[in-house]
Each structure stands twice: as structure tokens, then as C-alpha cells.
Design a binder for this molecule. Structure first.
Ligand SMILES: [Zn+2]
Ligand SMILES: [Zn+2]
Length: 209
């Protein structure tokens, strides 16, 4: 595992757990506490977390500058920032903005919608594996686009950490496999082609605006 992989995993865990201890992380990643300490300092310098005694917590949400149209919309924690559905563990998509603000989407469909709508504001994105529920960096994920398995929003987008698993799932449920950029392009095209067709009305309306 590279040090940047480790830092990504630390951030993913922080989003899931709410706080982390240096000692636990050192044991988990089998590195020294000093190494974890340096990771946390670096992530704090980037504004992605706040160090506390012996560990770290997510960075306090600071409001963006007034009139910044690209910052995330107002909304309650525990609600999808696009459609307000409650996220479930196997579909969760998390986003961290420029000011360290963290929001959740109900599923990769709405997560990808957020990239279309607030792309410039997004510093990091994590997505849960549909089979295991494990958060991983969206850039490393394999997305199944437009399959008939549609547990949340339409058109369906599902995330898989493992390429073999996504291929196996595709065999049963159809759709095409792509990476993050493919997923963004797919949703943009689907929404522009026919915003009424099965599409999430929030995404379609936001794209028209
Ligand atoms: Zn949603
Ligand atoms: Zn959804």
C-alpha cells in the first residue's frame, strides 16, 4: 500500500466513523504512530481533517463565501444532497468540498450528479462497494452504468471496488462498466438525451438550470 492509499483510507474511515485514534490506525496499517501522525498533519494542512489529542476528527464545516454558487446546497446531515433520500451503507457516496464541508449522496447516481453540478467544489469523493459496503476512493471504483439492478435512483449507477466483481454482476444485470469519468459522462448524456425518461427529476432540473 502506498502512503497516498493509506491517507485515502484514513479519510474514508474518518468519514464513516466520525473520529479516529492514532494508535488504532498505526495498528491497523502496521506502521509507526509517527507515520500516522505525519499523515494526519499532512491531511490537516490540506484542510481535510482536524487533529485532536491522540487522533483526528472531520474538519468543522465552514460556510463558503456568500454567493459561491458552486458550493454544496444547504441540507441536513444524513440526507442525500441531491434528492434528500436517506443513504444506506451499500449505496453511500460521500463528498468533501473545498472548505472541508462533507455531504452524502443516497447512491452513486446522486454522487455522480453532484460531480456534474458541483464538480469544481469537490476535493474528494468516496463510494461504498455495492456488495461489501466498504468505502473507497471514487477514482479507484468501477461503476456499473444503466444496469437493470436499480435499488435507488434512475438511471442506475452502482459502485464496485473490484473489477472482477463488477464484471460478474454485469453478467447478471447488464449495463456497461466504466470508471469515474465514464460515469460522469454517462449521466450527463442520459440526462441531456431525455431528462424525462426515468431520470431523477432533481438531477434533470438542476442540469437544465
Ligand atoms: Zn439522491
Ligand atoms: Zn439514490
Amino acid at each position: 500500500m502506498t502512503s497516498s492509499d493509506r491517507r485515502e483510507m484514513i479519510l474514508a474511515q474518518l468519514q464513516a466513523a466520525g473520529n479516529l485514534q492514532v494508535a488504532d490506525l498505526a495498528a491497523e496499517f502496521q506502521v509507526s504512530k509517527m507515520t500516522i501522525h505525519r499523515d494526519l498533519v499532512l491531511l490537516e494542512e490540506k484542510g481535510l481533517l482536524k487533529r485532536i489529542h491522540g487522533g483526528a476528527v472531520p474538519r468543522a464545516v465552514s460556510p463558503g463565501p456568500a454567493g459561491d454558487m458552486k458550493s454544496f446546497p444547504e441540507g441536513r446531515q444524513g440526507e442525500c444532497l441531491i434528492c434528500t433520500r436517506a443513504p444506506t451503507q451499500h449505496l453511500l457516496y460521500t463528498l468533501t468540498g473545498k472548505h472541508g464541508e462533507q455531504r452524502q449522496a443516497c447512491c452513486p447516481h446522486c454522487g455522480i450528479s453532484a460531480h456534474l453540478l458541483y464538480g469544481e467544489n469537490i476535493m474528494m469523493a468516496f463510494t461504498a462497494d455495492y456488495l461489501t459496503g466498504k468505502l473507497h476512493a471514487a477514482q479507484n471504483s468501477y461503476f456499473l452504468l444503466g444496469s437493470v439492478a436499480a435499488p435507488c435512483c434512475h438511471p442506475s449507477i452502482l459502485s464496485f471496488e473490484d473489477e472482477q466483481m463488477v464484471r460478474r454482476f454485469q453478467t447478471g444485470f447488464g449495463g456497461t462498466v466504466g470508471r469515474l469519468n465514464d460515469a460522469i459522462r454517462y449521466l450527463r448524456e442520459e440526462m441531456v438525451l431525455d431528462p424525462e425518461k426515468d431520470g431523477c427529476p432533481h438531477c434533470a432540473a438542476a442540469l437544465k438550470a
